[in-house]
Each structure stands twice: as C-alpha cells, then as structure tokens.
Design a protein around this ligand. Structure first.
Ligand SMILES: [Zn+2]
Length: 291
C-alpha cells in the first residue's frame, strides 16, 4: 500500500478549486464530452458558483447529488475530514473533526454522518469459497450463542477466501432472517463454510455446497474447511469497539460495520483517493444536475 501522507494531501488539496476539480474529474472524467455541443474537455471553472461551464454555455454543478450538496462548509475542509477517515483505522469521532477543523460540534457531527455514507455496502455478490458466520457485539455479559444474547447486537457476515466480504446487523439469528441475506449475497453453487450451528444445517438445500467446522471438538481448521477469515474480522471489529460496555444501537453498529467492511474490502489500497472516488460514485444521480 502506498501511504498517502499529510504532506501529499496538503499539496494536492489545499484549495477549494483543486477539490472541485477532483470531484469533477472523478465524476465525469477530464475529457467529458459536453452533452450540448459535444466538445471534449472544454470545461472552465466558475469557482464562485462551484460550476464548470463549456464554451457553448452549458454548465455542470459537480457537487449536485454528492454528500457535499448544499453544504456551507468549505470543500477543502470536507476533504480534510475525509483524509482523517482515510488515515484512521477505527473511524473518526465528530469531536476529532471539531478539534482539527475548528468547526462547531454540530457541523462536525453532520460531516461525519455524511462521510460515513461513503462506506455503505452495495449489492456485491460473493462466490467461490465463502465463509458465513454471525457474531454478538456489545453488552457486558458474555452471552451464549443463540441464547442469553440480551444487550447484544447480532451481526451476520460472509467473506470470500482472500476476497470481498459483506456484513449486516440482523434482528436475530433465525433461519428466516439469515437465509434471505445469504441467498441474495452468495452465488449459487458456491461452497459455503460455516460452523455447525443448527441454523446453517439447511445451507445445502439452498443450492450451495456446504462444509462445516465443528468448533465443539476443537476442530477449527480441517484442511480448507475453516472460518478463520470471518472470525478474524469479528475479533478486529470487537477489539475496535472495545470499551463499549453498553448495548450498541443497531443503527450505529451498522454504520460502524459498513466502515469496517469497506476498510476490509479495500485492504492493501491507498484509501484516500478511493474515498474521493466514492464521493463521485455515490451521487444521487448519474450525471449530476446540469443547466
Ligand atoms: Zn458545450
């Protein structure tokens, strides 16, 4: 992974103009063809209006539909907050943004909320060898699996071997909850690896090859049959939530899981440019508001 240093950041994104251009280029590409006169890459910036105009008079607002839309916070401050997220391992608290940028807590909180939208999980399909498992997060007591889970929030996850993963907060670990998620996420005929918990006993009936790990007899690894990838993810997630001894609200936990999954899926990559690209990918409309 190439580390994106603060020095690089300060050179690349020290003005609102540079940030605006980055959004435009990520969203449309430098050589974007004007929809009106078909000239290519003929855009000049009217910074005051946060708009790019073609010489024919056609204009594009690259921030329309993005997480920055209608924000009065300067774009370079937004970029710095995104930089903080990209360089942190465990997420960024609003308090930290407040302190680093000198904005009000309310503004910082709103920025963090918007930036977290960049991590939300899409409809990616997993295939090949896929580990599936659920875990219990938060709460003081070491609840037994499936039982005594009061005060705990359940997360169900699926991980491709050396590939991508998906995870989501679920209200319970019943088949009626787990299988619709599993079926819509894992490609049929893939090999699903689980432990021997009874809910997973019907996996093969859903068009998958199924292999299990028998934790009870300490058979954690039997050749290729193990669930170490997802379990490694759970322990990292829990470690980073450590110190949270109260029940975690499902909504908060989902955001946290999304961020963690995004980091996992982009492991080994330089995260800052990827996050800037996510801004462009996740606009409300594909082409943005044009006038
Ligand atoms: Zn034009």
């Amino acid at each position: 992974m190439k580390h994106y240093t603060i020095k690089m950041f300060r050179t690349d994104y020290n003005t609102n103009e540079k940030c605006l251009r980055a959004i435009f280029n990520n969203r449309y590409g430098k050589d974007f063809e004007c929809p009106k006169c078909h000239a290519k890459g003929n855009w000049y910036l009217i910074e005051r209006r946060k708009r790019f105009d073609c010489s024919c008079g056609f204009g594009i607002y690259p921030l329309a539909g993005t997480i920055f839309h209608k924000s009065e916070t300067e774009l370079k401050d937004w970029f710095f907050a995104i930089y903080l997220f990209a360089s942190s391992r465990n997420g960024v608290a609003a308090k930290e943004i407040e302190r680093q940028l000198g904005v009000t807590y309310k503004t910082a909180w709103r920025m963090a909320k918007q930036i977290r939208l960049l991590f939300s999980q899409g409809n990616q399909v997993l295939s090949g060898m896929v580990e599936a498992d659920e875990t219990y997060v938060g709460g003081k007591r070491r609840g037994k699996r499936g039982l005594g889970a009061e005060g705990k929030t359940i997360v169900f996850g699926m991980t491709e071997r050396k590939g991508k993963m998906k995870a989501q907060v679920v209200p319970n670990a019943k088949r009626a909850t787990i299988f619709p998620i599993l079926n819509s996420t894992i490609k049929k005929n893939s090999t699903v690896l689980t432990d021997e918990l009874h809910i997973y006993q019907t996996v093969a009936e859903h068009g998958y090859n199924h292999d299990t790990v028998k934790h009870k007899i300490y058979e954690y690894v039997r050749g290729k049959v193990h669930t170490n990838s997802i379990e490694g993810f759970w322990s990292q997630l829990k470690r980073s939530l450590d110190g949270t001894h109260h029940a975690i609200s499902p909504k908060f936990l989902q955001q946290y899981v999304d961020e963690f999954v995004w980091r996992y899926n982009n492991r080994g990559e330089t995260l800052f440019p990827l996050l800037v690209a996510e801004v462009a990918k996740r606009c409300v409309s594909g082409v943005g508001k044009m006038i």
